[in-house]
Design a protein around this ligand. Structure first.
Ligand code: UD1
Length: 420
C-alpha cells in the first residue's frame, strides 16, 4: 500500500496529456467479449480497473495481450465461461457490464454483485429490470446475479431514473436481441456514446446514443473491431481544477473540449481564464477566484465525479459557495478529511456549504474513494506545508501516473510505500 506526499503552494505550469476515459474503458472491455473474435482497443488508461477487467476476461477463458502501454488486444474467441463470481469481479463495480455482455452472447450470465467506490446505496435494479423486459429471468442471491433466457426480444424500456450503468448494460444485452429495443430517458454521458460507437464498429445497429432515446436493432452476431477510447472527462477536469487551485497556467491536452462545457462555464464564472482549442483547453488562474454554487446532474450537467474536486477548489475561494449533490445520496463522506486541511465545509444531507478560507494547511488525510482522493491531492497542492495522503489505491483506480503528471507541471509530489 502506498501514500502520496505533497508539498503544496507550487504554481502548476506547462502541459498535461489526458489518458483514455476510465468509464468508457470499463464498458468497452467487457463489450469486447460479445464478439467471437479479436478486438484491439487503443488509448486505454493505465489504471487498476483496466487490469482487473483483463484478469476477468482471462479467467472466463478469453485472452488479452498488451500491444503497447495503452493498446490491448482482446481475443474473445469462444467458448467462454458464463460464470464470473471470483474476487476481481467483486472488487469493481463496472464488472456488472459482464452481465449484459454475456447475456447478449450466450443468453446466460452469473456475475458477482458489484463493489467499487462506496458513496451511498448503489442499486442495480434498473439494469435487472431492463434484462427482464428483454425476456431474461433474473435471480439475485448470495451476492450473485444470475440471468438467463432462451432468447432476448427487443422491447421499449423507459428508465425511471437516468442511469449510465443501466443504459449501457441494457444496450449491450439488446445489441444481440431479436427485433428493436428503445431505451427512453437514457443517460447521455460521453462514455455511453463511446460504448455505442464501439458496438457499432463490431456490427451492432445502435442509433441515438448521446440523446435521451436510444434505438437498437438487434443483430445475430458481432465481430471484433479496432477502436480508440475517448479522453477522460473527469481526469481532464481534475487537472483543470489543479491549475485553478494553484493559481497556475496549464494546457490540458488530448481532450474533447465540448465534454468539459459544464466545468469550463463554472471556472469562467469563478474568474478563471479559459482558452479553448480543438483538442485542448488552457486554464490560467492569475486573479482572485470568486465563490460559486454548483449542482451535480447527469450529462451535460456538472458531473458528480468532479464534485469533491470542485469543493476543494471552492474551499480556497473567497465567499460562501453551495454545492448540491443530485446524483448520489452519500457523496460528502470525504468532507471530514478535507476539514483536516483547514477547509470550512458544512454538510446537510445532499447540500454542502463552503466558506472559503485564505489558506489550507498540510495534514495527514485519507482518500476515502477515487474522486475524494483526487480532491485531497488538489487541496494538498494548494495547502501550506506537507500533506500525506493514505489510501492511494483508490486514486490509482482512476488516475494514470498522477504523481508524474503533476510533477511535470511543477508539483512537489512523491509516492512512498506505507511501512506496515
Ligand atoms: C457511473 C460512473 C460513476 C458516476 C455515475 C454518475 C461508471 C463505471 N461509473 O456510475 O463514476 O458517479 O455514473 O455519473 O461509469 N440508480 C438506481 N438504480 C440502478 C442504477 C442507478 O437507482 O439500477 C441510481 C443510483 O443510485 C444513482 C443514480 O441512479 O443515484 C445514477 O447512477 P448511475 O448513473 O447508474 O451510476 P453508475 O453507472 O453506477
Amino acid at each position: 500500500m502506498d501514500k502520496l506526499i505533497v508539498r503544496g503552494q507550487k504554481r502548476l505550469c506547462g502541459e498535461v496529456s489526458i489518458s483514455g476515459a476510465k468509464n468508457a474503458a470499463v464498458a468497452v472491455i467487457p463489450a469486447a467479449i460479445m464478439a467471437n473474435g479479436v478486438s484491439v482497443i487503443e488509448n486505454l488508461p493505465g489504471i487498476e480497473d483496466v487490469s482487473c477487467l483483463c484478469h476477468t476476461i482471462e479467467k472466463i477463458g478469453g485472452k488479452y495481450e498488451y500491444i503497447d502501454k495503452h493498446t490491448l488486444r482482446i481475443d474473445a474467441t469462444g467458448p467462454l465461461e458464463t460464470c464470473a463470481t471470483f474476487e476481481e469481479v467483486q472488487r469493481m463495480r463496472a464488472s456488472y457490464y459482464f452481465l449484459g455482455a454475456l447475456l447478449a452472447r450466450y443468453k446466460k450470465a452469473e456475475v458477482a454483485l458489484p463493489g467499487g467506490c462506496n458513496f451511498g446505496v448503489r442499486p442495480i435494479d434498473l439494469h435487472l429490470k431492463g434484462f427482464r423486459a428483454l425476456g431474461a429471468t433474473v435471480i439475485e442471491g448470495d451476492g450473485v446475479v444470475k440471468a438467463y433466457a432462451d432468447k432476448l426480444v427487443g422491447t421499449s424500456i423507459y428508465m425511471d431514473q437516468v442511469s449510465v450503468g443501466a443504459t449501457i448494460n441494457i444496450m449491450l444485452a439488446a445489441a444481440m436481441a431479436e427485433g428493436v429495443t428503445t431505451i427512453e430517458n437514457a443517460a447521455k454521458e460521453p462514455h455511453v456514446v463511446d460504448t455505442a460507437n464501439y458496438l457499432n464498429m463490431m456490427g451492432a445497429k445502435i442509433k441515438g446514443a448521446g440523446t435521451d432515446v436510444i434505438r437498437i436493432h438487434g443483430v445475430k452476431e458481432l465481430h471484433g473491431a479496432q477502436y480508440a477510447i475517448i479522453p477522460d472527462q473527469i481526469e481532464a477536469g481534475t487537472y483543470m481544477i489543479a491549475a485553478a487551485i494553484t493559481g497556475g497556467d496549464v494546457l490540458v491536452k488530448n481532450i474533447i473540449p465540448k465534454h468539459m462545457d459544464s466545468l469550463t462555464a463554472k471556472l469562467d464564472e469563478m474568474n478563471v481564464s479559459i482558452e479553448e482549442h480543438d483538442d485542448s483547453i488552457r486554464v490560467c488562474a492569475d486573479q482572485a477566484l470568486h465563490c460559486a454554487n454548483v449542482k451535480t446532474m447527469s450529462y451535460p450537467g456538472f458531473p458528480t465525479d468532479l464534485q469533491p474536486q470542485i469543493v476543494a477548489l471552492l474551499s480556497c475561494c473567497e465567499g460562501k459557495s453551495v454545492i448540491t449533490e443530485n446524483v448520489w445520496d452519500n457523496r460528502f463522506q470525504y468532507v471530514d478529511e478535507l476539514r483536516k486541511l483547514g477547509a470550512k465545509v458544512e454538510v446537510d444531507g445532499r447540500v454542502a456549504t463552503i466558506q472559503g478560507t485564505e489558506q489550507l494547511h498540510g495534514a495527514k488525510v485519507k482518500a476515502t474513494d477515487l474522486r475524494a482522493g483526487a480532491a485531497m491531492v488538489l487541496a494538498a497542492l494548494a495547502a501550506e506545508g506537507e500533506t500525506e495522503i493514505d489510501g492511494v489505491k483508490y486514486i490509482d483506480r482512476g488516475y494514470e501516473d498522477i504523481e508524474h503528471k503533476l510533477g511535470n507541471l511543477g508539483a512537489e509530489i512523491r509516492r512512498e510505500p506505507i511501512e506496515e
